[in-house]
Structures are given as structure tokens and as C-alpha cells.
Write a protein that binds this ligand. Structure first.
Ligand code: PEP
Length: 258
């Protein structure tokens, strides 16, 4: 069986200016130790305005936390006011880029074909996409959750070689669980993450389906992360609210100690 190192990622959304972000990362790194990093990978995804400051803190103090972005534009450059390209992120030593978050899909109308173009742009610049998929409560109640996720994966991964797919991260995030406190049960989260892995098997084959890391996201907290992380097909967590404060984020990373 392929060993998959867990990845705990903090998506700060539109929180923390660069002063607050520096303080947060310094405090987080003070609370984590080498054992924590050998057990699991950690990434922080601050707003664009914080990236340069956080890059400097991480690199000057050799902190083994990966720098992540929350979004990118799919084009290299051009007249796209307000957007940031993957080439610009690469220059900041960004390693992971979240793509297709439900907030981007719902509020900013991002489509699966844009998501697909962004994934290609992220790989072109040597970074790793964290592709978010997930269903609404209506889709779940109608029994359509599995189909929705399969379609998001098929369209999002179109034309991406199987070697690249195997290096990706998929975040299964039921939309009804994001920011609501209504975490999926570990059994439900496992069932859907196993479904994601099965879809990858069908789309890209056995090897990528075994190596791809699948995160669960949706109201993950220090009190519920350990049970989620015990599930066979859950290889990490994408966390919003509980990753904003250093103490809470450190407890998430140290879930094995609970
Ligand atoms: C998220 O933003 O992807 C998320 C899962 O948020 P929260 O942990 O706050 O539900």
C-alpha cells in the first residue's frame, strides 16, 4: 500500500493583514516541532497581500511550512484587473494553490473548465493544485452527491496526465459543512473520500488513485480532526475557521496526540 503523508492546510480566506499573518505564522511555528513536521505536512494559504511577508518569515527561519495561495488566474499575463498569475505565485515560492473552492465557484461563478485551465497553469509553474469538490445540501438530499463530485473531477482533470494527477491534492468539502459547524461524520466523510479515490481510479488509473492525497474540509476542529484522520481514505484536512488562530491550528496539526 502507498504511504501518503497527511497534509493539513489552513485556508485563511479574507482574514489577517500582513502584520497579523506574520504574528500568526511565528506563533504557529513556535508551537510545532520536528516530530509534528515529520508526521504531517503543513501549509498556510494567506491572502495575496500577505504572501511576500510570510515567504520571508518561513525562509529566513527555515520553517518547514509550505506557502500556499487561495486562488490564481489561468492566463500567464494580460488585462485581467485584480488577478494574479501562477508565474507570479511561483516567484514567491508558493508550493500549493487551492483551486475550485466552493466560495469561488458560487460567489465568483468559476466553472469547471476554468478550474481545469487553472490546474494546468499551476502545474506549468511547478506548483501543486488542491482541487476542491463538494455537493450542496440539496444535491445530497436528492442523492446526487456522488454524481456531482464525479463530474467535477472528470471536467477538472481533463487533459491532465496521470503522473500529475497522482501528485495532486483533492479536497472533498461538502458545501453544507463549510463554516457551518455541521461537520460530516467520519463515516460519511470516509465514504465520500473513498468515492473520490474511486473516481480517480476510473479517470487516471491505479497508481494515481493510490498516491493522490484526499483532504476532508468542512468545520474541521481540534475536537473532531482525530476521528476524521483515522479514516482510510482521508489524508489530511483543509481548514478555514479553526486554522485562523495559532493555538487551534497547532492542535489540528498535532491531532495524533489526542
Ligand atoms: C474551507 O474554507 O475550505 C473550510 C472548510 O472552512 P471551515 O473549516 O471554516 O468550515
Amino acid at each position: 500500500m502507498t504511504e501518503r503523508k497527511p497534509l493539513i492546510s489552513g485556508n485563511w480566506k479574507m482574514h489577517h493583514n500582513h502584520f497579523q499573518a506574520i504574528q500568526m505564522v511565528q506563533s504557529l511555528s513556535y508551537q510545532l516541532n520536528n516530530d509534528d513536521y515529520s508526521y504531517c505536512d503543513v501549509s498556510v494559504h494567506p491572502p495575496f497581500t500577505d504572501l511576500r511577508s510570510i515567504q520571508t518569515v518561513l525562509e529566513s527561519d527555515n520553517i518547514p511550512i509550505s506557502l500556499g495561495a487561495q486562488h490564481c488566474h489561468e492566463q500567464e499575463k494580460g488585462a485581467f484587473t485584480g488577478e494574479v498569475s501562477t508565474g507570479m505565485l511561483e516567484k514567491l515560492n508558493v508550493k500549493l494553490v487551492i483551486v475550485g473552492h466552493s466560495e469561488r465557484r458560487e460567489i465568483f461563478n468559476e466553472t469547471d473548465s476554468q478550474v481545469n485551465a487553472k490546474i494546468k497553469a499551476i502545474f506549468k509553474h511547478g506548483m501543486t493544485p488542491i482541487l476542491c469538490v463538494g455537493e450542496t445540501i440539496d444535491e445530497r438530499d436528492a442523492g446526487d452527491a456522488e454524481t456531482k463530485i464525479k463530474n467535477q473531477l472528470i471536467e477538472g482533470l481533463q487533459g491532465i496526465g496521470k503522473d500529475r494527477v497522482g501528485k495532486m491534492v483533492i479536497a472533498y468539502e461538502p458545501i453544507w459543512a463549510i463554516g457551518t459547524g455541521a461537520t460530516a461524520t467520519p463515516a460519511d466523510a470516509q465514504e465520500m473520500c473513498a468515492h473520490v479515490r474511486n473516481c480517480i481510479l476510473e479517470i487516471s488509473g491505479k497508481s494515481p488513485s493510490e498516491s493522490i492525497r484526499i483532504q476532508y474540509g468542512g468545520s474541521v476542529k481540534p475536537v473532531n480532526i482525530a476521528d476524521l484522520m483515522m479514516q482510510n481514505d482521508i489524508d489530511g484536512a483543509l481548514v478555514g475557521g479553526a486554522a485562523l488562530e495559532a493555538e487551534s491550528f497547532a492542535r489540528l496539526v498535532q491531532y495524533r496526540l489526542q
